[in-house]
Ligand binder design. Structure first.
Ligand SMILES: Nc1ncnc2c1ncn2[C@@H]1O[C@H](COP(=O)(O)OP(=O)(O)OP(=O)(O)O)[C@@H](O)[C@H]1O
Length: 252
């Protein structure tokens, strides 16, 4: 495979994942190659079962590829042991999921603090930045409450603050607006846009929602475990170069 001039922050090369259950094999991701440039906003869309979440887990190092490789900022996941992989994930990547995954016994603030401490950063939590995020996400007055006392939209906004307060270089979001009404979806998408445009963070978002996908620089369409089409989004960032070789035919 040809080397690329610009080094992508995320590189997937000939990536495949086959789930095996007894004698049954499900090829969920089939030979996918693409690159995401630093500061790019990429959306992944596709019908249910097309392999979006599996690709997401592979890119985040949450599951191991059956073949092919994922390289994050020059580091190949396959060269790392479990502890190193966790370390890379915690330092570079923030995850946002459709289900907010907040710990029920802790307040919103407690959730953010625990996640920050688990992230293993040496510097103390940036309270001023958290204040800024809380303002942007309109959750300032809600941080003392437990998840059960928050609406779904508020819970997701807390989850976004929790993800962003670590200043991650990559934000991976799996259906972040999937459980939200339009108003809350708009807040979440604006926040992702903000961290991409103003803070230069790389965002990769899976979505079923064409409106949400349209804010990206690039939209990758998946079907049957493959990327079948690449489309330019409204984001129009200037980063969409340097696709891996096999993704080139679909490049915009
Ligand atoms: N743990 C698993 N074991 C076996 N098969 C799985 C597993 N997880 C996913 N699959 C199968 O892999 C294929 C891709 O699933 P995946 O969840 O990645 O798709 P998706 O595009 O994210 O779907 P959705 O939009 O419905 O979430 C599907 O056929 C699914 O049934």
């Amino acid at each position: 495979m040809q080397a690329q001039a610009a080094s992508p922050i995320i590189l997937a090369e000939n990536l495949s994942k086959v789930y095996r259950s007894g004698r049954i094999e499900v090829p969920a991701v089939r030979g996918v190659s693409f690159a995401v440039q630093r500061g790019e906003f990429v959306a992944i869309v596709g019908p249910s079962g097309s392999g979006k979440s599996t690709l997401f887990y592979l890119l985040g190092g949450l599951t191991q590829a059956s073949s092919g490789r994922v390289v994050i900022d020059g580091v190949d996941f396959a060269t790392l042991n479990d502890a190193q992989r966790t370390q890379l994930r915690r330092h570079r990547i923030a995850f946002v999921f459709q289900k907010f995954n907040l710990l029920p016994t802790l307040s919103a603030m407690g959730n953010i603090e625990v996640a920050y401490s688990v992230s293993g950063r040496k510097e103390p939590l940036d309270r001023a930045y958290l204040d800024h995020l809380s303002d942007m996400l309109s959750i300032k007055g809600r941080l003392v409450h437990r998840p059960s006392e928050l609406s779904g939209g508020e819970q997701q906004r807390v989850a976004i603050a929790r993800a962003l307060v670590t200043h991650p270089s990559i934000v991976l979001a799996d259906e972040p607006t999937g459980n939200l009404d339009t108003k809350n979806s708009d807040v979440v998408l604006s926040m992702l846009q903000h961290c991409n445009r103003e803070l230069g963070q790389t965002v990769l978002m899976i979505t079923h929602n064409p409106e949400a996908a349209a804010i990206a620089d690039r939209i990758l369409h998946m079907r049957d475990g493959e990327i079948v089409r690449v489309e330019k989004g409204r984001g129009g960032g200037s980063h969409s170069t340097g696709q891996a070789e096999t993704g080139r035919s679909a490049q915009v």
